[in-house]
Design a binder for this molecule. Sequence first.
Ligand code: CA
Length: 231
Amino acid sequence: MVDHMSILVVEDDKYIMSLITMFLKDEGYKTVAAATGKEALALFYANNPDIILLDLGLPDIDGMEVIRQIREKSDAPIIVVSAREEVTDKISALYSGADDYMTKPFYPGELLARIRVAQRKKDSINHSDHLGMFTRDNLRVDYGKGLVFVDGNEVHLTPMEYKLLKLLIANKGKVLTHSYIINQIWGYGETGDANGLRVFMASLRRKIEKDTANPRFILTQVGIGYRFADN
Ligand code: CA
């Protein structure tokens, strides 16, 4: 597995780049290196990497834009590796479709752990996509195609919103705590916080609920978490 995995490393700092790529090669990963956003996109299209490690501060195009463009084509895990420490950057990176976020400086072991989580998540999501449909009132989820419909019209969910919805439906009727959801979606409690989750949930509700003030599907358990209505 590991020896078949390729990682696209996007980093404009030559020193950090060589540290990361040397470390990953030692661990048996294939790496492809890009120093700019444009190069990253070109190499992404050419190599179809399994995982993308992405620095947000790039000399040409913004890392967020790189995330958006990759997400139009692929749901390969994107781990943002950034010097930015602002919570809003973290939230907007995750909101744009990144899977995880780590702040420089970091230990190589932490990077490796996150890569392994991303890979496991990719595998488990691929395997849990049972071909089938979920229908409740005017909401329909086509798992085979990965599409969501409201009143028969397709609604566009980001990959993270789709994961959230699938998680809630798979556990319908059960209350899922904030930390459980964050761990299931992002893999690490520390990379997602309850505020970030609220942002995602609000966006998901706007897309699938008729009345977000009185949601039909995703119910809030104040102070605890969320539950998908059991009927
Ligand atoms: Ca940089």
